[in-house]
Design a protein around this ligand. Sequence first.
Ligand code: 1DF
Ligand code: MN
Length: 358
Amino acid sequence: MTHKNLQKPGKAPYLRIATEEAFCPSEMLDIYRNILKQPHVDPGFQSLMGFYMSSPSERAQHIMRCLVDLDQVRIGHMDDAGIDMQVIALTSPGVQAMDRDLAVSFAKVANDELAEGVRRHPDRFVGMIAVAPQDPAEAAKEIQRGVNELGMNSVVINSHTHGEYLSDQKFWEIFEAAQAHDTPIYLHPNTPPANMIGPFLEAGLDGAVYGFGVETGLHALRLITSGVFDRFPKLQIILGHMGEALPFWAYRLDYMHAATVRSNRYPMVQPLKRKPSDYLRENFHITNSGMAWPKAIEFTQSVLSEDRVLYAMDYPYQYAIDEVNALDGMDMNPTTKKKFFQTNAQALFKIPTPKAGA
Ligand code: 1DF
Ligand code: MN
């Protein structure tokens, strides 16, 4: 995974800001080891972290080494790949794999540790606030602390929490806090919950290859159809992986949602103020994490607008220098390309332009 033979990306007329980059405090690995020893381990957690924490494969070893570092290992890789800045989040599933009390207390530990890393390397790192949806009131408080005390301006939630979705109104205090503090929420993937994972696991497709996208796309759609954005019209959700395919579904979602409402088929599918695709355009930003594919990026820009599509690498899970070169070279007008790599991220995460930079 060292890519020594590949050409290093050169200087570009934009900063490259990667926006879905992961870290893992080493104490979280101790907590994970305890969870993995318990009698009834969530099958998705077992499949994902059970693998990364025990596999001798080069990929797993490389990822584990990078995840815990917020200093020279990470910065060396960023330099080699031409990444000026990383927007860093607690890796999935983070505190959402834990019991409530531990999740609440460990979110603070993880956020403090990330904030320290950002303080050591303020020109290179930006942090996202991790929260424990297990306790919505505490999550709302942690958003406030993250903004006011840690200087972070975004939140990460790793999709479902023990099989529960944020479309349930008991979680909406979190959205209220996010809207009030103007912090976008990165709805990052998790493995499918226990009651969904069976057919994925059976085929070895539960992880980043497909299960992540299906589960997180469903979660985002549940936010739309439950009326979250009618209640919190300014709330912004960030999706990775080219919007977990939702832009490609937009036409059918609009048609079938309207048809379902008209026919009174389900009590939980009620009229919305706007079409599902309107919320995608007004309440979502999308990154290309894991999808270095110019045609898909262009299509997503055409659905959401070029102001809402951002670059992400998904370090260390997809540390691929050749993809940076491919995206540098994509056929896109220079203004749009600078929005994609730099200025959309600066606006969304409130990142000032470094004084000496680019
Ligand atoms: C993987 C991919 C793992 C992504 C991740 O977090 C992750 C993977 C545990 O390849 O197993 O964030 N990803 O976003 O694509
Ligand atoms: Mn990721």
